[in-house]
Design a protein around this ligand. Sequence first.
Ligand SMILES: Cc1cc2nc3c(=O)[nH]c(=O)nc-3n(C[C@H](O)[C@H](O)[C@H](O)COP(=O)(O)O)c2cc1C
Length: 477
Amino acid sequence: MSFFDLPRTPGIQCRLLRGCRLQRSGDGMSFAVRQPDGRVVSFLPWEEEAYAAVLDRLSRGAHAAALRDLALEAGGPDRATAFMMVLRRLAAAGLVEFPLLDEVGERAVLLPQWAAFVPSLATEPAPEIGLDRFACIRRDDRSWLLESPLAGARLSFPELAALETSIVRRALAAAGFLERAEADPRRREALEQWEFHDLAAYRRHRRGWHRDPMGATFDHRETIDPPPPTRPPWPGERTALPPANAAGASGSLADVLERRASLRIYDADRPIALGDIGALFDRAARIRGNLATPAGPAGARGDFEVVVKRPYPTGGARGELELYVAVDRAADIEPGLYHYDAAGHALVRISGRTPAVSSLLAEARTCAGGIPETQALVIVTARFARVMWKYRSVAYALILRDTGVLYQTLYLAATDLGLAPCALGAGDATLFAEATGLDPLIEGSVGEFILGGRPAQRSAATREAAGTGTVAGSEPA
Ligand SMILES: Cc1cc2nc3c(=O)[nH]c(=O)nc-3n(C[C@H](O)[C@H](O)[C@H](O)COP(=O)(O)O)c2cc1C
């Protein structure tokens, strides 16, 4: 039986969410809840003083039954029923938390994340039953947090020992934190295939499964300078890239879409050249311009942020992705690692073919299904702060989406230019960090794409050899 149905659920109280305050509305006709971020939710259309006592108890924490008794005293059965409905609505809006108490005192607090969450207590689980494999314990700035993408609340507790107490274990069992046999075979199969990090990220990136701030919150605006829209250039030797030949033949979009395919074999006689990379990046990746727009809700402090315009879109026009090219074999570019200066349309040399660069190229060949040759490997990095400075909860998801958008733009432009393109699904971020000296927490690799001169005649045999590769690189797909 759940908290709201059981007259005096032992061990579970309810309390206005920490940081929220109850206040009277301006006209004095109702009570409202002021949330820590200043938003006010009006809930209680009662002006009678009598209810002040109930609401005061709600602020401090009490059994729901005790609150109902107080409401009954103040306004009779109808008002008591109405009050319980209001309490449910507050809980569904995430404005109520549920302290778990035993004879020692308050052990932990359940913080609802899903609108449908109602706390309850299961019978005491057997001692050998532990946390489910999706549960995760971490710290926030005040306490420990236990979370699971399969549970509708998170648990906040001051000491790890709380997890061993009977009241907490009973609440965890009821909320779905502990190991259990899944009865529905289809759901069991589905769960078997979810990995911890995938499910945690999926739940985190969508609304409805958590109550943390989400979207463009500009949380760091007051304390951290906005990251520059354009990456500061590398210091190395610059080679200007030729632009795409505007007069050159270009297929219709329908034609290019139809012809687009992943190719992993190259024309040995006509390896990729500077002109190809210049044309491809001009079409697909250059910076078209920067634009100042208000930062934050309606440009709160009158601040502006600079967004980046490129041929491919990025979430919030953050323009956080950078391109690097590891050249293995090209007509007129020395082997080595280069950065694409997207504002200046130039390649800037970072290094020659160091062991780390060779390993990146070797890994790309493996990832493409064990192909014998690479000509150029494009490595996509993200300047993470460009996105994280603005967005909460969804930043890394946006970066991966942006990477997918860039992949398709590179595919289409490369197809149109007669090159052989192929996206890769996995790359070694530590090797890239070693090759560049970049801190992967600041700028790290998030995608890879191989390129080369397209074989002149694609026979049936070469089409077969083009294969499908493998994301992990361990076995052909
Ligand atoms: C996100 C993504 C990751 C990919 N990863 C790899 C990979 O690691 N190795 C590979 O050889 N091909 C990879 N590919 C290419 C796919 O195998 C290819 O798109 C798929 O087989 C369909 O063939 P098509 O592109 O010729 O239409 C990837 C494609 C995408 C979009």
